[in-house]
Design a protein around this ligand. Structure first.
Ligand SMILES: Nc1ncnc2c1ncn2[C@@H]1O[C@H](COP(=O)(O)OP(=O)(O)O)[C@@H](O)[C@H]1O
Ligand SMILES: [Mg+2]
Length: 400
């Protein structure tokens, strides 16, 4: 037997594993690094985030990735060079975090790397009959493993597509494993660049669990402010949006898109929800000349309304449920107020209430997927049509 396989075998038999979860979403804000202690597997899994940090990307990183990010026309050489380069930047960040936290690479059992999404294109978006759902994350796992000396599990989304899914959202797998409850219907709402949710009914029946993208979380607000003011990456605490007024006419035009009529589950990215989308809605509604503050106020309400509409769709005929939130959008207080106003009867809590830092949750979810890849079993969740086959996600890279 190859010594790599015996190492994996030994890892799978350990009572607990230290897994470093890495997440970098569509916001291109930074790399979320979560050192997680994970015990058991499947629904017996318990997880604890021991250390967490979001390491902000610098201008060079953002500029280089933005040159290909969600673009139809790219310099192929640049994309090819970025694949290992992104991995090496992530490796540097990992090694710096471990040093800061007082851990040696040898103490870490696995890296779970999401990679940097470059393009996401489900069939509903590309509409080309000859092609399947597709998504592309870069930051190669072999480079991460070699540069850190840690076995790396990466590229989780391809198996989901190969098994009949759209490659996203994968949140429901980890959410089901650690947040499922027999006494409470739960919605786990993550507001990143794109917002998504997992529906975890108290029946805990795998076929009733559902996960879907919602539409824009922060992505349109971020894009607008980044275009107008190169120094600001987001509307911190919605300070500018609070000074504006919602344009109902523009809001109506923003909501008028076939994506919102697609059945659940569905996925989408900034390939659709970008500044061209906003410009199109402004033209159709003849809302030219709105101030930046008014546009931000309207986009903020748009995101909130999209989130509430899907929550209501998922919970039709459900008596009671609690929403647990995570992702950078929860720091946008106006967004959270706009959501809460439309769901006055519903308890909305941070995922902290369930013991998990809301900024670390997504990185933890990938650590959970890596744990399942090594020590778990194939999982079947949801009732998508056509169904998604039982699956194990992630590709294994050894350091040598
Ligand atoms: N203090 C804040 N005020 C408003 N928005 C914030 C704040 N902190 C973070 N955000 C938003 O959260 C985004 C990052 O969220 P994140 O969950 O990391 O998304 P992603 O998974 O797409 O990277 C930022 O781009 C910004 O829009
Ligand atoms: Mg982020």
């Amino acid at each position: 037997m190859h010594e790599h396989i015996s190492r994996l075998h030994a890892l799978a038999g350990k009572a607990e594993r230290l897994i470093l979860g890495l997440m970098s979403g569509t916001s291109l804000d930074g790399l979320d690094v979560a050192l997680c202690r994970i015990k058991n597997h499947g629904t017996a899994t318990t997880a604890e985030v021991l250390k967490f940090e979001t390491v902000n990307y610098d201008d060079t990183f953002r500029e280089r990735v933005n040159a290909v990010f969600s673009r139809r026309d790219v310099d192929l050489q640049h994309l090819c060079l970025l694949n290992p380069w992104v991995a090496l930047q992530h490796a540097k960040i990992i090694l710096a975090c471990l040093k800061k936290w007082g851990y040696m690479a040898e103490q870490i059992d696995l890296i779970a790397s999401h990679g940097q999404t470059i393009y996401h294109s489900p069939k509903s978006f590309h509409q080309q009959a000859d092609y399947s759902n597709a998504t592309l994350q870069i930051g190669d796992g072999d480079h991460l493993a070699c540069a850190t000396g840690i076995i790396t599990i990466s590229d989780f989304r391809q198996k989901h597509i190969a098994s009949g899914g759209e490659g996203a959202p994968l949140a429901m797998y980890g959410d089901h494993l650690i947040f499922g409850s027999a006494t409470e219907n739960r919605i786990l709402l993550n507001i990143g660049g794109i917002a998504n949710l997992s529906w975890l009914p108290s029946s805990q029946l795998p076929e009733e669990v559902l996960s879907s993208d919602i539409g824009p979380g922060n992505t349109l607000m971020d894009a607008l402010i980044r275009q107008q003011d190169g120094k600001q990456q987001f509307d911190a605490d919605a300070r500018l949006a609070r000074t504006g007024s919602v344009s109902q006419t523009l809001l109506g035009a923003l909501k008028d898109h076939p994506f919102f009529k697609l059945p659940l589950p569905k996925t989408i990215g900034p390939e659709l929800f970008n500044l061209d989308y906003v410009d199109g809605a402004i033209s159709r509604s003849a809302c030219h000349g709105l101030s930046l503050a008014d546009q931000l106020a309207t986009l903020n309400r748009f995101s909130a309304d999209c989130i509430v509409e899907i929550i209501e769709e998922v919970t039709t005929n459900v008596d009671a449920y609690t929403v647990y939130t995570s992702g950078g959008g929860i720091h946008n207080s106006l967004l959270m107020e706009n959501i809460a106003k439309k769901l006055p009867e519903i308890e909305i809590q941070s995922s902290q209430k369930l013991g998990i830092d809301p900024d670390a949750k997504e990185a933890l979810l990938f650590a959970l997927l890596a744990n399942e890849c090594v020590a778990g079993q194939s999982i079947k969740l949801g009732s998508a049509i056509p169904p998604i086959r039982p699956l194990t996600m992630g590709k294994v890279s050894f350091p040598d």
